[in-house]
Ligand binder design. Structure first.
Ligand code: SF4
Ligand code: SF4
Length: 337
């Protein structure tokens, strides 16, 4: 239903209402001179003039680091304590529809062979309010991977910019409950949203052909890989900012007598990611690591989870220090040999 309206000046009331209910309000804000998702306490902290926040909001469901257990060695015993997560209610405001679609990918991997409650409990208590895109940049390519500036996957409440505020649509039960809970800040008025920005589909990219080409294991030895990924320096920035990347490692920190076990983000672009204790590394060069990232997006994810490994947000293109553009690789891989 799109019969509701939120006035720009009432965003502050919505934030206050959410926070009064004990939840945190996450929105694009200024952090280290960048627009980034962070917790805000008032509308004056929310940035509206942005295309996409630098970071993905995945870090509020899957933090960069978190303690999952603690240990203490005592005279006659060892004390092991698992952390029981109590998720805080979370509202993500200002997500772009491409990024919201990534939740299906994260949810699939965190409930696949093991239900990771550190993720699932947070996701269950999160409401995603997407703001449809009225502008974009050259790095946006959602339409090439089958999404759009008002795609609804993963979105609980859709906001569309209109004169003086946003047209509001409830898309899920969770979204309806949220709107009902904060109904005093919304007005019952229909309005005409502003036109949306549709990135042009990239000619020469065919996601099905990419998958077909990657299905033939012969591509592993294709000399095109070292050529395409030669300039990658393995910094991992693409993986840390990507909304669907989810790799993590478990590390024990502290001393032999007392410490904690942490779940930390990791990245397939790091040279030690697949390093075995023997010293052997099956992905011993950077192009093999990059090839794996590409295969994860366009072969492993769609095969295993029927969800999108790449949502076309373009973050990896914007952030890459050597300008390795994933869409150029997509174009090359769309050519069947
Ligand atoms: S691979 Fe790049 S464009 Fe695709 S979802 Fe990840 S960051 Fe966005
Ligand atoms: S951001 Fe660029 S250089 Fe860094 S790992 Fe990703 S592709 Fe390589």
């Amino acid at each position: 239903m799109t019969d509701l309206f939120l006035k720009t000046e009432d965003l502050g009331r919505l934030i206050a209402s959410v926070r009064d209910g004990g939840a945190r309000f996450i929105a694009p804000s200024t952090d280290a001179r960048q627009t980034a998702f962070k917790e805000v306490s008032g509308a004056d902290e929310v940035v509206s003039d942005y295309i996409l926040a630098t970071n993905s909001y995945k870090e509020f469901l899957f933090p960069q680091t978190e303690v999952i257990s603690t240990h203490k060695v005592m005279k006659d015993s060892v004390e092991l304590k698992g952390v029981e997560l109590e998720a805080q209610g979370t509202v993500i405001f200002g997500a772009r529809p491409c990024e919201a679609a990534s939740l299906a990918a994260l949810g699939a991997v965190f409930t696949w062979d093991f239900v990771d409650e550190f993720y699932t409990k947070r996701e269950a208590d999160t409401v995603v309010i997407a703001v449809a895109c009225t502008r974009g940049d050259d790095a946006c390519f959602c339409t090439t991977v089958g999404l759009s500036p008002d795609a609804t996957a993963g979105v609980d409440v859709m906001f569309k910019e209109a004169d003086g505020g946003w047209a509001v649509a409830r898309l899920t039960d969770k979204g309806s409950t949220f709107v009902e809970k904060h109904k005093d800040v919304f007005e019952k008025t229909a309005c005409a949203p502003k036109p949306l920005f549709y990135p042009e589909k990239i000619k020469g990219v065919d996601v099905e052909k990419i998958k077909e080409r990657l299905s033939n294991k012969g591509h592993y030895e294709d000399p095109v890989w070292p050529e395409l990924a030669r300039k990658c320096i393995g910094c991992g920035a693409c993986t840390f900012t990507c909304p669907t990347c989810h790799c993590f490692d478990i590390i024990d920190e502290g001393t032999a007598y007392e410490g904690e076990r942490r779940k930390n983000w990791d990245a397939c672009q790091f040279d030690h990611f697949t390093l075995h204790a023997s010293g052997h590394n099956p992905r011993d060069t950077q192009y093999k690591r990059w090839r794996n990232r590409f295969m994860c997006k366009f072969k492993f994810y769609p095969d295993k989870f029927s969800s999108k490994g790449c949502v076309g947000c373009g973050r990896c293109i914007r952030v890459c220090p050597v300008r390795l553009d994933i869409t150029e690789v997509m174009e090359e891989m769309s050519k069947l040999p």
